[in-house]
Design a protein around this ligand. Structure first.
Ligand code: UDP
Ligand code: MG
Length: 309
C-alpha cells in the first residue's frame, strides 16, 4: 500500500502539538490511508520537542527532528521532504489551519495521477493590512514569474517524483510555494477553508513578512534589476529635455537662475543612484549567501524511526 508522508514544521507549537496526530488519524485511518508523520522542530524554545518525542514513542509512524536553532519554515520544509519516505508527501502547518479533512481528497487526486495537488485558500484570514500586502505580493510575484500563485499556500501534496526533483535544488534561498509551480508536472488544486488558529499565535510579524516578500521576489526574479535600467533610461530622457532648456536659457542670456534646479536634480539623481545600488546590493547579498554554500539547517536531535538519539 502506498505511504503518505506528512511533513509538519513546528516552531513553538507545544500547545497544538498533541492535537495534530489524533486529527490526522481521524482523517486518514477511516479511509485506510497508510501514513507517516515527520515533525521538524524549528528550534523551538518551548516544550515542542518533548511533545514530539512523546508522540513518536507512542506511535511507530511518527518521527521528529530538531533543528539546532530556528532556521525558518522553508528550511524545515526542506528537511522534512528529505526525511520523508512516502510515495507522496504533504506539507502542512502544525496549527491545524490546514484542515486534515482535505487530506483524503488530495490523496485520491494523487492516486488518479496528479503529481502536485495545490491547496488554495478559500478566504484569506488575517487583518485588512495583511490581506492588502499579501494581495500585492502575490500579484507581483505571479506577474514576475508568469505563474498564477494567487492565494497559494504551503499546503500541498507532492508525488515522490516531484519531491526528488525538489531535493536536487542546490539553492539555499528557497521559496517552496513558488518552486512547486516552477517544477511543472501535471497539477491540480483543491480549495480549503483555513481554520482559525485554536492554540498559540502566528509566528509572523509585519517585519518578517516584508522580509519574506523581498527575499522571495529577489529569489524568483531579476526584474528589480531591470527596473534600475529603466530608471536610468528615464533619467537620461529627462536630462535631454533639461539640456535643451538649459542651452536655450544660456543663449538667451538668462542662465543664472538655475540654482533650485541644480539642488533638485542632485537630490533626485542621488536618491535614484542610492536605491539602484541598494537593489543591486540585495542581489549581491543573495549571491554571497549562496556562494558560501552553508548547510541549510543543522539537525541536533531526532526521535522515532531507526535513528533515535
Ligand atoms: N514555523 C516554523 N518556523 C518559523 C515560523 C513558523 O516552522 O520560524 C511553522 C509554524 O510552527 C507553523 C507554520 O510554520 O506550523 C506556519 O506558521 P504560522 O501558523 O505562525 O503562520 P500563519 O499560519 O500565520 O501564516
Ligand atoms: Mg498558521
Amino acid at each position: 500500500m502506498p505511504l503518505l508522508s506528512i511533513v509538519i514544521p513546528a516552531y513553538n507549537e507545544a500547545e497544538t502539538l498533541e492535537h495534530v496526530v489524533p486529527a490526522l488519524r481521524t482523517a486518514l485511518c477511516a479511509r485506510q490511508i497508510d501514513f507517516e508523520v515527520i515533525f521538524i522542530d524549528d528550534g523551538s524554545t518551548d516544550s515542542t520537542f518533548e511533545k514530539i518525542r512523546r508522540q513518536s514513542e507512542a506511535a511507530d509512524n511518527v518521527r521528529g527532528y530538531r533543528f539546532s536553532r530556528n532556521f525558518g519554515k522553508e528550511a524545515a520544509i526542506w528537511a522534512g521532504l528529505k526525511e520523508a519516505r512516502g510515495d507522496c508527501c504533504v506539507v502542512m502547518d502544525c496549527d491545524l489551519q490546514h484542515p486534515p479533512e482535505s487530506l483524503p481528497e488530495m490523496y485520491r487526486l494523487w492516486e488518479s495521477g496528479y503529481e502536485i495537488v495545490e491547496g488554495v485558500k478559500k478566504s484569506g484570514g488575517g487583518s485588512a493590512a495583511y490581506k492588502l500586502f499579501s494581495g500585492i505580493f502575490y500579484r507581483v510575484i505571479s506577474r514576475l514569474s508568469g505563474m498564477d500563485m494567487q492565494k497559494s499556500s504551503d499546503f500541498k501534496l507532492l508525488s515522490r517524483r516531484v519531491v526528488n526533483e525538489l531535493l536536487r535544488f542546490k539553492e539555499r534561498n528557497t521559496f517552496f510555494r513558488g518552486l512547486s509551480f516552477w517544477v511543472g508536472f501535471n497539477s491540480t488544486k483543491i480549495v480549503y477553508e483555513p481554520a482559525a488558529r485554536k492554540f498559540g499565535k502566528t509566528k509572523w510579524n509585519f517585519f518578517q513578512l516584508s522580509k519574506y516578500a523581498v527575499n522571495n521576489i529577489v529569489g524568483f526574479s531579476t526584474a528589480p534589476m531591470q527596473l534600475v535600467t529603466g530608471i536610468g533610461i528615464a533619467l537620461l530622457a529627462a536630462s535631454v529635455v533639461l539640456l535643451i532648456q538649459t542651452l536655450i536659457r544660456f543663449f538667451s542670456g538668462q542662465a543664472l537662475e538655475g540654482f533650485p534646479t541644480v539642488i533638485l536634480l542632485l537630490l533626485i539623481i542621488g536618491g535614484g543612484v542610492m536605491i539602484s545600488l541598494g537593489i543591486i546590493g540585495v542581489y549581491i547579498a543573495k549571491i554571497y549567501d549562496e556562494v558560501k554554500d552553508r548547510p541549510r539547517y543543522i539537525i541536533s536531535q531526532s526521535t522515532g524511526g531507526d535513528s533515535d538519539s
